[in-house]
Design a protein. Structure first.
Length: 198
């Protein structure tokens, strides 16, 4: 890497401010490696850090006319980088909270759907859905969903292992939900939850 004095850097920044692409490239080579290391340390993700670095230099180029020649270019560069990192971290935190809220709402909707399966008006449809299951799977599903028995109780009652009970419940849930999604007018969001569960 070339050696630049403070005067050389100030000249490059002046040229950058005037739109000189060569000066921009020189400043990029001079600072980007150390800046990328700092960004990676903050976001803990190499790819994200590389994207943020690109955004930093896009922002530098687009706002070059705002560079104050009496102030440190390096300080300006790090301010732009810091703001973009904070934006990313804020968005990541919001996304995490959004996922948490969506998961809570999905669980609540799923619970209502499960209850809807057991209402009187849907009893006939549920009976039809259960006919699609094998005998043992139907027994396990009925004991769990209709009688409210625990997996351990079902295991003891039918003299089968807990793993077998779990397998039957997974199959039963999948087949009943598939049946309901084809025969029951559910909102799209609820249908997706049903089909994605288990």
């Amino acid at each position: 890497m070339e050696d630049y004095s403070g005067t050389d850097i100030k000249l490059l920044v002046t040229q950058l401010k005037d739109g000189n692409i060569h000066a921009f490239e020189c400043l990029y080579r001079l600072h980007s490696k150390a800046l990328l290391t700092n960004i990676k340390y903050l976001v803990r993700d190499k790819e994200v850090a590389s994207e943020i670095l690109q955004d930093v230099y896009i922002k530098i180029w687009e706002s070059r006319d705002k560079i104050d020649l009496d102030k440190s270019y390096k300080g300006f560069l790090h301010t732009v980088a810091r703001n973009l990192v904070y934006d990313y971290l804020r968005k990541a935190a919001l996304d995490e909270r959004s996922r948490s809220v969506m998961f809570s709402e999905a669980v609540e909707v799923y619970t209502h759907v499960e209850e809807a399966l057991l209402t009187k008006e849907n009893h006939k449809l549920l009976t039809e859905a259960l006919k699609q299951l094998s005998d043992q799977c139907r027994k396990v599903y009925t004991l769990s969903k209709l009688e409210g028995r625990s997996h351990q109780e079902i295991s003891d009652l039918l003299n089968i292992s807990l793993a077998t009970v779990n397998n039957h419940m997974v199959k039963g849930n999948r087949q009943v939900r598939a049946f309901f999604s084809q025969h029951y007018e559910l909102p799209c969001f609820i249908a997706l939850i049903l089909l994605d569960s288990f």
